[in-house]
Design a binder for this molecule. Structure first.
Ligand SMILES: [Fe+2]
Length: 240
């Protein structure tokens, strides 16, 4: 008589929220060989991520920042220090410590999970989005009912228009949108919903979009003078 043991494994997808910076962080794993990936970690939340990884019996192998954040210090480098995971950013990143610089259209694999990098400059010149099957991680390029500001870190409202209208909005309409932030408690959206309802996207030209973006008067993020240098240099907890 033969016995077969079947191990069922299903995808792990955890969306975590940092109240201080309203940042969403994503922990993803195919669940198969227990390898995991984290997108946009926040340094203050490291202990929580380590705990979740441990509880789910996951091994962190890769960590991605969608861009150099100005409103919080990234957890990328502390996670690398603790787990030796590979730090990934787009090739235009100004970070001095990245292990792997990914190009537009290049793929990142973690077991049978595959993410395709899409270069989406505009919020910053180093902003990338990542497409994973039915969902896209849009960083600060496309937010729910909003879009990322374009007035610092080499941002450009014209580049943002191009990234939004010629790249992200061209994805299949049912694609789920998972941004790096939300300030109103919304967790995700769809390309279709943003296309139809996002007030920033109801424009008919690049110039009209630039006009809106250039007239948004926003204060500088409180953490900017700490976060940008820390994220560029790749500081860990004891270096802050
Ligand atoms: Fe940002």
């Amino acid at each position: 008589m033969q016995f077969f043991i079947v191990y069922f494994s299903s995808m792990i997808f955890e969306q975590l929220f940092d109240i201080k910076s309203s940042t969403y962080t994503y922990i993803i794993s195919s669940g198969k060989g227990r390898e995991a990936l984290i997108i946009d970690p926040v340094i203050d939340k490291i202990e929580g991520y380590i705990k979740i990884l441990k509880n789910l019996n996951l091994k962190l192998v890769k960590v991605i920042d969608t861009h150099i954040h100005a409103d919080h210090v990234t957890g990328l480098n502390e996670l690398n220090k603790r787990t030796n995971c590979t730090r990934i950013m787009g090739e235009k990143s100004k970070s001095e410590v990245i292990d792997l610089r990914i190009k537009d259209n290049e793929k990142i694999k973690v077991e049978n999970i595959e993410l395709k990098a899409i270069y989406t400059p505009g919020h910053t010149d180093c902003s990338y989005s990542y497409l994973m099957n039915d969902r896209v991680f849009t960083g600060d390029t496309l937010l729910i009912n909003g879009t990322g500001r374009t007035d610092f870190q080499s941002g450009s409202s014209y580049d943002a228009y191009d990234s939004l209208f010629n790249k992200l909005l061209k994805l299949p309409k049912k694609t789920l949108v998972y941004p790096a932030h939300d300030y109103n408690g919304k967790k995700n959206s769809t390309i279709e919903n943003e296309k139809n309802n996002n007030p920033r996207l109801q424009v008919s030209s690049k110039e009209e979009y630039a006009e809106i973006m250039n007239n948004i008067k926003l204060a500088k993020p409180k953490m900017m003078d700490i976060a940008v240098p820390a994220n560029t240099k790749g500081l860990t907890l004891n270096q802050l």
